[in-house]
Design a protein around this ligand. Structure first.
Ligand SMILES: Nc1ncnc2c1ncn2[C@@H]1O[C@H](COP(=O)(O)OP(=O)(O)OP(=O)(O)O)[C@@H](O)[C@H]1O
Length: 304
């Protein structure tokens, strides 16, 4: 569990994180989103005790990071590609990290198995692919068997297989009852991985809700209906409670009724339908709508 209370970070005149309150709960994957410069990394660094809040506080499992006697047993993090001695093997790297935290060799072998590093555990880390390096970083984060995991951009640069692996791992860790806090700029991936979404914009929270609520929140779903009898069908659907903006020749965009209900109403009235397409808003659409005013650097094209 991670709890932030009036958490603030200023760098000179710049307020990177502006008095935010949030709770990241156990048993769920919480996605952390926001435009570049929104303050995500600064927040994660404060959670991990790598940056001091200017004011306010953030705790992990009830205490600030630095007040835990054995923080690696509370929270594990993949913040950025770790500097690993390229000549060392994955196993000897893990053994070295484990030794500094009084963690035994048995746990090292457990995390090697858990992260699928077995076949390459004896190989030099210098020759690792990005995906293997990422697995090693996650293995390090898991060494202390922590209840809370923080993964900053864990799928950055991974191939599709690696992306799926991270997704399944995050889901498995949450299913084990852990708190999983994950940042990513890949919206489609986040939509498949996260249960709950926290969006930051210019240092403030602009959304904190279950994925379903974020997707449904701004406009909801619609159904595109292609029919040669657009105007009469629009009137029929409106009478059933749908919202049908001004019809476009033979295409209607209907909100408020399911595709099945629309087909039933049309059939009952003898209206011909050529096509029915439910349009689901993507997390990317919802994110763009929510962060429209909070993007620090916008392209000239997008500003028009
Ligand atoms: N050490 C620092 N000194 C001064 N300003 C900083 C420092 N670290 C971050 N900032 C500023 O604070 C703001 C938040 O940065 P942060 O890296 O936390 O954003 P982010 O959401 O992680 O962005 P990205 O998605 O690009 O990683 C930015 O405007 C950044 O320029």
């Amino acid at each position: 569990m991670i709890k932030a209370h009036a958490l603030t970070k200023r760098y000179g005149a710049k307020t990177a994180v502006d008095s935010i309150d949030f709770t990241v709960r156990p048993g769920l994957v919480t996605g952390f989103l926001g435009p570049n410069g929104a303050g995500k990394s600064t927040t994660m660094r404060m959670i991990m005790g790598l940056d001091r809040p200017s004011s306010g506080s953030v705790t992990v499992n009830g205490l600030p990071y630095a007040r835990h006697r054995a923080p690696v047993r509370q929270v594990g993090a993949l913040l950025d590609a770790k500097a690993v001695h390229p000549g060392r093997s994955a196993r000897s790297h893990l053994l070295a990290v484990a030794a500094t935290h009084r963690i035994g060799a048995r746990r090292v072998d457990e995390v090697i198995g858990y992260t699928g590093l077995g076949p390459v555990a004896g190989k030099r880390v210098g020759g690792f692919s990005l995906g293997m390096g990422q697995r090693l970083g996650i293995a390090v984060a898991l060494l202390g068997d922590p209840a809370t995991l923080i993964l900053d951009e864990p799928v950055n640069g991974l191939d599709p297989e690696g992306v799926v692996w991270v997704r399944q791992l995050a889901r498995r860790l949450a299913a084990e009852g852990r708190t999983v806090f994950l940042s990513s700029h890949l919206m489609s991936e986040m939509a498949q991985t996260a249960d709950h979404i926290l969006i930051l914009g210019r240092g403030r929270i602009i959304a904190d809700a279950p994925v379903g609520e974020i997707l449904g929140g701004v406009e909801g779903e619609s159904v595109q209906v292609r029919t040669p009898q657009a105007a009469p069908l629009a009137r029929l659907l409106e009478a059933e409670g749908a919202t049908v903006p001004a019809a476009e020749l033979d295409l209607l965009s209907v909100r408020g009724l399911t595709a099945q209900r629309i087909a039933e109403i049309a059939a009952a009235a003898g209206v011909v339908i050529y096509g029915l397409t439910p349009v689901t808003r993507s997390l990317e659409d919802a994110y763009m709508a929510l962060t429209r005013d909070d993007v620090e650097y916008r392209s000239a094209e997008a500003n028009r």
